[in-house]
Design a protein around this ligand. Structure first.
Ligand SMILES: [Zn+2]
Ligand SMILES: [Zn+2]
Length: 150
């Protein structure tokens, strides 16, 4: 059995988290890593204690489900809640971050974004990451570690 790489290990963690998502429009997972340690994780879902899209259906306004907090935001807010610094941290996400998450990632001091799948990659997000010197790299999950087929 070969030893799993750090990239694959953290990306697999994000894919596992995505399976906890409560909105099936897009199941996303995010893992924040500092010095090779996982400091937080998140998936897209409702505010704590509120109803779930998977039970009540999505709450769609202008083509977007407004019920959920995105995985990246949830991971960042977990750091805020429990007092973990995100300065110079890395984030592993299953999908390319949306514009709002992109801005939050930059503002939190995260300097590296690894994502597994392209998803409506916003040109402005790409520009903002570049401008903020945030390193962005696509790291696909090797299917032999975790098979996500239903
Ligand atoms: Zn939803
Ligand atoms: Zn987002």
């Amino acid at each position: 059995m070969e030893r799993i790489s750090w990239h694959q290990y953290f990306m697999a963690q994000s894919h596992l988290l995505a399976l906890r998502s409560t909105c099936q429009r897009l199941m996303v997972g995010a893992t924040i890593v500092r010095d090779k340690r996982i400091i937080a994780g998140g998936y897209n879902g409702s505010v704590s204690g509120s109803v779930h899209c998977i039970d009540e259906g999505c709450y769609v306004i202008d083509g977007h489900c407004v019920r959920t907090i995105h995985a990246e935001m949830n991971a960042l807010l977990q750091c805020a809640k429990f007092g973990a610094s995100t300065e110079n941290a890395e984030i592993y996400v299953t999908h390319f971050p949306c514009l709002n998450c992109c801005k939050a990632i930059i503002q939190s001091g995260i300097k590296t974004v690894y994502y597994a799948e392209d998803y409506k990659n916003h040109q402005y997000a790409v520009e903002l990451f570049k401008e903020a010197n945030v390193y962005v790299e696509k790291v696909e999950l090797d299917q032999h570690y975790i098979s996500l087929k239903p």
